[in-house]
Design a protein around this ligand. Structure first.
Ligand SMILES: [Zn+2]
Length: 285
């Protein structure tokens, strides 16, 4: 991909992963691996083949979703490298927000615990490369991006993807945090993003602004639907996501819920009980 960046793509293509998880290798001879990916034997074999003759010094995790972190354990066994990440799944959540914590979340890798916990600005270095951790909660509460100083490149994980908007799934996904983390990227000067899924993003700022505008639009549409009498998430999804791939319906519902939680917390929408999938919503006057 560049003098310092290589990528191995896992064969886990799906409506959520696009062509599959992109595992990045940073540096030469003494290298870091970002997001080893899903626990698939052929992916690990391909990764180890790409790493032949080199030593892995760091295994970095952007966040604990099942298509990102599970192969860390096998890669650690094969290489002896330590794992680095924000913390275990859900570790970035401040508290059990609005009573929605009981909702089970699919897709989380609850088995991953990093050897070393990273926080904003922490440096991870090898010969000829310097990475910096950038806290970007929202997609998950423990999401990190990694900036490669030498190339002004940001590994954006699932925070900013190259082919679709990020899925925000409560209770661990948090729309307000996600919007703040998008704003945070606008204050940085990265020249290029490499997301885990999809192609590179050159000139990232206009791209990030498009995502921010998209979410504001969606939020406005949801408010409009509630004003028009839609009381349930199913009704809102039906009207807002016209022509949606049926496999993505559940994710769309979770995304609407993420907006509703924010709207309830702000006080513009009321719900009968905690804002959950099966609650009823109305405008607060
Ligand atoms: Zn993810």
């Amino acid at each position: 991909m560049s003098p310092l960046i290589r990528r191995v793509i896992a064969r886990n293509a799906s409506p959520f992963t696009f062509k599959g998880t992109g595992t990045y290798i940073i540096g030469e001879r003494q290298v870091a691996v970002i997001d080893p990916g899903p626990d698939l034997a052929d992916h690990l074999a391909a990764l180890l083949a790409a790493l032949r003759g080199e030593s892995v010094t760091h295994i970095l995790i952007t966040h604990t979703h099942l298509d990102h972190s599970p192969a860390a354990a096998a890669l650690k066994r094969a290489t002896g490298a330590k794992t680095y990440g924000y913390g275990r799944h859900g570790s970035g959540r401040a508290e059990d927000r609005a009573g929605i914590g009981g909702v089970t979340e699919e897709g989380g890798d609850h088995g991953f615990v990093p050897d070393i916990e990273l926080r904003e600005g922490d440096a991870i270095e090898g010969p000829g490369w310097h990475l910096t951790a950038v806290e970007t909660p929202g997609h998950t509460s423990n999401h990190l991006c990694f900036a490669l100083d030498e190339e002004k490149t940001l590994f954006s994980g699932d925070h900013v993807m190259g082919w679709s908007t990020s899925v925000i799934t409560p209770p661990d996904g948090d729309m307000s945090a996600y919007m703040r983390s998008l704003d945070k990227l606008l204050r940085r000067e990265d020249a290029l993003y490499w997301p885990t899924h999809g192609p590179a993003i050159p000139e990232p700022k206009p791209y990030v602004r498009t995502f921010i505008a998209h979410r504001r639009e969606r939020r406005a549409e949801i408010l409009k639907r509630i004003a028009a009498g839609d009381e349930t998430i199913a009704a809102i999804v039906e009207h807002v996501y016209v022509g949606l791939d049926p496999r993505l319906k559940l994710a769309a519902g979770r995304s609407v819920l993420a907006h509703l939680i924010e709207l309830v917390e702000e006080g513009s929408v009321a719900s009968d009980g905690p804002p959950q999938s099966d609650a009823r919503y109305r405008l607060r006057r």
